[in-house]
Design a binder for this molecule. Structure first.
Ligand SMILES: [Zn+2]
Length: 242
């Protein structure tokens, strides 16, 4: 800041009336026209609430219908974190007969109750191990805790392109048919390693997310193609084998 732009007196000493008036000094000269409002409304309409992220292995990627390849699928709430500055990771219910997504807002301390099936589950393997150990130490029956699953932070699988497309169709509808879909390559190997899913790992994942130029199927694209009679699974499949 240039020294001549500094206020004459410390800001804290400026009378309250003057401080408050600062925000009001400029009259609102730009009024939104009905056209502007309509345009903004249109843009808002196709703005996806969620994001599906498909991460391919850096070298193992399949475009053959019968050949599986490792893949990781993550789901996010778009622009949820830091006042629209980032995405908030979402999780899948750990009970296979439910398996529906929910936001991390639902998380409690070491556990979460699925908002869809109302069943309790652990946030991570450590929480699970701790609870079981405590129950055993207190001479309690731990079989209930042992049956309790852990939430799913990502879907890791070895899938053929058609099976992956099917998983994406299912996931897209689980997210209320209101998601953009991003297709990327990761720079690290995809492996099923729930034990080491630490925050550090997530930071690395975040890095990977920014570095890679993604292939995107926006909600707008999807809605337009669906309106034109396209099939959702075929749309996803085209991106997967692209
Ligand atoms: Zn559930």
């Amino acid at each position: 800041m240039d020294s001549k732009n500094l206020p004459d007196s410390p800001v804290a000493l400026v009378p309250a009336e003057r401080r408050i008036s600062v925000g009001r000094m400029r009259p609102t000269t730009c009024r939104a026209t009905p056209e502007d409002l309509k345009k903004a409304e249109e843009e808002q309409k196709d703005k996806a609430r969620y994001k599906i992220e498909v991460l391919f292995h850096p070298t193992k990627r399949s475009s053959l219908a019968h050949k599986p390849a490792p893949v990781m699928v993550l789901i996010w709430e778009s622009g949820k974190r830091l006042h629209g500055g980032g995405d908030e990771k979402m999780y899948w219910c750990g009970y296979p007969d439910c398996g529906k997504p929910f936001p991390s807002d639902d998380f409690g301390y070491m556990h979460v109750v699925c908002r869809h099936c109302q069943r309790e589950q652990f946030l991570d393997p450590d929480a699970r191990a701790t609870h079981i150990k405590m129950a055993r130490r207190e001479g309690k029956d731990s079989s209930g805790l042992e049956r309790m699953p852990i939430v799913g932070g990502e879907r890791l699988a070895n899938l053929t392109p058609p099976n992956l497309a099917e998983l994406l169709v299912k996931t897209w509808y689980q997210l209320e048919g209101n998601a953009d879909v991003y297709f990327k390559h990761t720079s690290r190997k995809i492996r099923y390693d729930k034990l080491h899913e630490t925050s550090k790992d997530m930071d690395n994942l975040e890095l990977v997310r920014i570095q890679r130029k993604p292939g995107i199927l926006t909600l707008k694209d999807i809605r337009r193609d669906l309106a034109n009679g396209a099939d959702l699974k075929s749309m996803f499949l085209a991106m997967i084998v692209a």
